[in-house]
Write a protein that binds this ligand. Structure first.
Ligand code: HEC
Ligand code: HEC
Length: 405
């Protein structure tokens, strides 16, 4: 009755016939995913204890992971580079529950300008992340937060997601993501890869505006904490106005040295996806329904990584529950444009680690999984309706399954 993913040979053939402008990460490509075998528990990379590193790291890599956890969790102060504008004083202040790298309840404000199909980040006016806090030095001058940048056409709220398993998503090849966009789905589903001006495929952030994990992490130090670094060596402005003199004198730029940045970056890269909870009869039923009504057309259960210099990340399966593509979620969900995503497009949110969250969807405002499904419009509307046509015990089973992830 419903569409089925194409057989593996079709997908592999598709993957090799692509005219892909992005630089492939390797000539060797594993199958993009295995539609026949998506739920086998033993083959995907996971860790049982939240906050653990992926298996197979060298002793040096595990050492860097530990050091990096310290940098991630450590509060910065004005003396160590915080601010002068910031949202929170540590990565682990927002990505915190139940361990550093988990989700958090902080909700931040982003603003961009969307004109005639093109998106502007308004960087010279302080965008796209609008900092909600300021150091005492800046507060003493009456500046408590950053105003919405001039010229913004829209604002969007973003709740802090978990970052478990993202090193594996970084290692999924651009070609795999592009191949996933070529699958013909029924039900009106047609995702598109976020091909950035650089030619690479964006995959991080709610709207896939960033291609690599290192770039995202460097952007987070800069935009969330005001900590300048190798990739963002110059302190930001206050909505485009230069900083008042004397408010940022304590630490020379870049405020985080390369060794500490690299450790924090590797901590996020090596943070393992958390093993889903043990399945019960009810959640097994829900898992089957999740597939049967085609939630899996976007929330693809398993992706396979491509080549990586790190052996522990190379050619591995990851139970991400995402195709990393942008989908139109309907006008009711639209907020800001971001990168190549239009206001109503969002990246399929990976569901791994969702059981640690307390609010769902980009703004965290959906209080239950049912509320989150209710907000699936646009391309997802048919499949959403199919969920609400299930009998209540089937709906409950599907939700119970999602909450094991
Ligand atoms: C004030 C809260 C806050 C702080 C501090 C913060 N983050 Fe985040 N983080 C977020 C939010 C909100 C998002 C989602 C942003 C988006 O989707 O555009 C996010 C997204 C991410 C992502 C991408 C997740 C994905 O699914 O694509 C990574 C990686 C990340 N943060 C790493 C870090 C690192 C490293 C630090 C410290 C340098 C940090 N964050 C500090 C709130 C925060
Ligand atoms: C057309 C693609 C598509 C389909 C089909 C789809 N989803 Fe989603 N889903 C998304 C996107 C995109 C998001 C992210 C929305 C956002 O960021 O606000 C998402 C978000 C979610 C979230 C919230 C995740 C979070 O961390 O906040 C849940 C839960 C979810 N989907 C479950 C489901 C279930 C269950 C089904 C089947 C009934 C389904 N989805 C079908 C694309 C889809």
């Amino acid at each position: 009755m419903h569409c089925r993913s194409p057989t593996l040979p079709v997908l592999i053939a598709g993957a090799f016939s692509l005219a892909c402008t992005a630089e492939p990460r390797s000539g060797l490509e594993p199958p993009a995913f295995d539609p026949n075998d998506p739920f086998v528990d033993t083959v995907a990379v996971v860790a049982s204890i939240p906050g653990s590193p992926i298996p197979g790291l060298s002793r040096d890599q595990r050492q860097l992971f530990q050091e990096g956890m310290g940098v991630f969790a450590q509060p910065f102060t004005p003396a160590t580079g915080l601010g002068p504008l910031f949202n929170a004083n540590a990565c682990g202040e927002c990505h915190e529950d139940p361990v550093p790298g988990g989700p958090g309840d902080e909700v931040e404000v982003h603003a961009t300008a969307f004109h005639a199909g093109s998106c502007q980040f308004l960087e010279t006016h302080g965008g796209p992340v609008v900092q909600q806090d300021a150091t005492p030095e800046l507060q003493a001058l009456g500046i408590l937060r950053e105003p919405i940048p001039e010229g913004a056409t829209d604002t969007g709220l973003r709740r802090s997601p978990p970052v478990f398993g993202l090193g594996l998503l970084d290692a999924v090849s651009d070609r795999t993501i592009i191949a996933l966009s070529r699958i013909r789905h029924q039900d009106g589903v047609h995702g598109r890869p976020a091909i950035l001006p650089s030619g690479r495929v964006g995959r991080f952030g709610r709207k896939a505006n960033t291609a690599s994990l290192t770039e995202f992490n460097a952007g987070a130090f800069f935009a969330e904490m005001g900590v300048t670094n190798r990739l963002h060596p110059v302190e930001g402005t206050i909505a485009g106005q230069p900083l008042p003199p004397g408010v940022d004198l304590l630490t020379p730029e870049p405020e985080i040295d390369d060794a500490a940045f690299r450790a924090a970056d590797l901590f996020v890269r090596f943070l393992a996806p958390v093993r889903p909870e043990r399945q019960t009869d009810q959640t097994r039923q829900g898992r089957w329904l999740f597939r049967e009504i085609n939630c899996t057309s976007c929330h693809i259960p398993v992706l396979v990584t491509g080549f990586s210099r790190t052996e522990a990340l190379r050619f591995k399966r990851i139970r991400a529950y995402s195709d990393l593509l942008l989908h139109d979620m309907g006008e009711a969900e639209a907020d800001i444009c971001d990168g190549v995503a239009t206001p109503s497009e969002f990246r399929t949110q990976p569901l791994m680690g969702i059981r640690f969250q307390e609010g769902y969807m980009h703004d965290g405002a959906a209080e239950t999984i049912g509320d989150a499904i209710q907000r699936h419009g646009g391309e997802a509307a048919t499949i959403r309706d199919r969920f609400f046509n299930l009998i209540p015990s089937d709906q409950a089973a599907l939700v119970a399954f999602v909450l094991t992830l």
